[in-house]
Design a protein around this ligand. Structure first.
Ligand SMILES: Cc1cc2nc3c(=O)[nH]c(=O)nc-3n(C[C@H](O)[C@H](O)[C@H](O)COP(=O)(O)OP(=O)(O)OC[C@H]3O[C@@H](n4cnc5c(N)ncnc54)[C@H](O)[C@@H]3O)c2cc1C
Length: 440
């Protein structure tokens, strides 16, 4: 190091183009921005990122920490700050019309920046905001304008997939991850479709995100066929949760993402007009593929943000905490550990952006690519949060510091939206090229 210390050139070279080598300082050093080695964001996406970050920092982070300490019942209470978060998020004006106003080059950035920033603020609240939009978002994707005409966007949405007897199986309609000798468990939630009506009976498990507060559900059901259960023939239905015959269980107590309300939903002869059908039985496999292509990519961005939050806390703490007479960041091993944390966050973000852009611009989304992103970001978020806790030493284990919460939140993500093992089995199956395989 020279006497003046290293020269830092902030983001300028990236925007102005490469500086000729002869003009470089003797000891070049480039400070990465808040988003690491991110090239400049296009158009108004940079402004959006800034305002989302302000919201995540000032509103989400403190509310998330407060809700984490409450019981699940207290979180959903009308007096809790969960509702302040929901009002604040609504004021950001991110709705279907706004999303539709971005062009095809901006939209993938909008999505990945939006969910990364929300995930940075609080991953449980980020998931709550994401699934709240799901019924309207998916209805628009499937070309169903009945939902937009009939139900206000302000209704809190949820996504009902998991059943008491069908967990991993519920995301495997093709049974490509299932054991060859196994028989499918009976479904807990069944739709009878006919005479212009859908009649739903059964239940979803307590894992439905937003379940206790949701008003509109995008629901997976088995289709009643009269000739036994076929996992590949289901239905995806949009269900208003004030319909006669709908009831709910208690909010679920759990380890991580505690600000995210979760709970069972029960259906007793819930009868709806056929317009509520988003995906018919003959299209079920295709419908699940489409929905999970979106959901897995969303998870990739949220947990890129969650991992980044843990890394930033560790980096700050390493500058503040002194041991051996120096801030711990002076220790080479601490720098090495931070390097690997930052590297994992970079990979998660880059992959989330890339997959979202690919899937939004390709004629069909690649589900296995969205799965790369979900499994990578969640695994990295968990590892980075664990390394961050270690960086805090004993303080990391205490409730006074925010890293233990982030570790619990990240732990939940390895199971959420499908266990990472199942996702990898299914994604691996999609890498096989049937044209190059001999027929069985
Ligand atoms: C924070 C969070 C949010 C969630 N949000 C929602 C939501 O909004 N809506 C919703 O419906 N659900 C939601 N879920 C539920 C989630 O999708 C399920 O928990 C998940 O799919 C796993 O199902 P399970 O818990 O029943 O585990 P199981 O399926 O019982 O799995 C138990 C274990 O067996 C393994 N296993 C199972 N099948 C196989 C196989 N074929 N091969 C190898 N190993 C296997 C699994 O990997 C796992 O380790 C959420 C979960 C969490 C944690």
């Amino acid at each position: 190091m020279n006497q003046l210390g290293p020269v830092t050139i902030d983001a300028a070279p990236v925007t102005d183009g490469p500086l000729p080598f002869a003009l470089w300082p003797a000891q070049p050093r480039v400070a990465l921005g808040d988003l690491g080695a991110e090239p400049p964001l296009p158009g108004i996406v940079g402004d959006l990122q800034q305002s989302l970050h302000g919201f995540a920092q000032k509103v989400m982070r403190p509310i998330g920490i407060e809700l984490d300490r409450l019981t699940a019942e207290q979180v959903v209470d009308r007096g809790s700050r969960l509702w302040e978060f929901r009002r604040g998020f609504a004021e950001l004006g991110i709705d279907m019309a706004t999303l539709a106003s971005f062009d095809q080059t901006e939209l993938p950035y909008v999505f990945s920046v939006l969910f990364e920033e929300l995930g940075w603020g609080d991953s449980g609240l980020a998931i709550s905001a994401g699934v709240a939009m799901f019924p309207h978002y998916m209805a628009a994707k499937f070309g169903n304008d009945f939902v937009a005409r009939t139900y206000p966007e302000s209704l809190v949405g949820c996504w009902g997939i998991t059943e008491p007897d069908r967990g991993s199986d519920s995301i495997d309609p093709t049974r490509s991850a299932a054991h060859g000798l196994g028989k499918p468990n009976k479904p807990n939630c069944v739709a009878r479709i006919g005479d212009g009506k859908i009649v739903i009976n059964g239940q979803k498990s307590a894992w439905v995100s937003n379940g206790p507060i949701a008003e509109l559900c995008i629901l997976y059901c088995a289709a009643e066929t009269g000739s036994g259960f076929d996992p590949a023939r289901g239905a995806v239905v949009v269900v208003p949760l004030n319909a006669p015959g709908v009831s709910k269980g208690k909010p679920l107590e759990k380890l991580g993402q505690r600000p995210l309300p979760q709970g069972e939903i029960f259906f007793n002869d819930v009868t709806l007009d056929i317009d509520h059908l988003l995906v018919a039985p003959e299209d079920y496999v295709k419908g699940v593929y489409a929905i999970h292509s979106e959901a897995n990519a969303l998870m990739g961005s949220v947990f890129a943000g969650c991992g980044r939050a843990a890394y930033e806390l560790a980096l700050d703490y390493a500058h503040e905490r002194k041991q051996g007479g120096v801030p711990i960041i002076r220790h080479q091993d601490v720098q090495r550990r931070l390097f690997h944390m930052a590297r994992r966050v970079e990979i998660s973000r880059a992959l989330a952006r890339r997959v979202t852009a690919f899937n939004m611009n390709n004629p069909l989304p690649a589900l296995q690519a969205a799965m790369f992103s979900k499994t990578t970001s969640t695994q990295h978020a968990f590892e980075v949060a664990s390394d961050a806790l270690q960086m805090f030493g004993g303080n990391g284990l205490t409730l006074e510091y925010p890293v233990e919460k982030i570790l619990r939140d990240a732990r939940a993500s390895l199971i959420e939206d499908g266990c990472n093992e199942i996702i990898a089995i299914k994604g691996g199956g999609m890498l096989a090229d049937p044209d190059r395989l001999p027929a069985l």
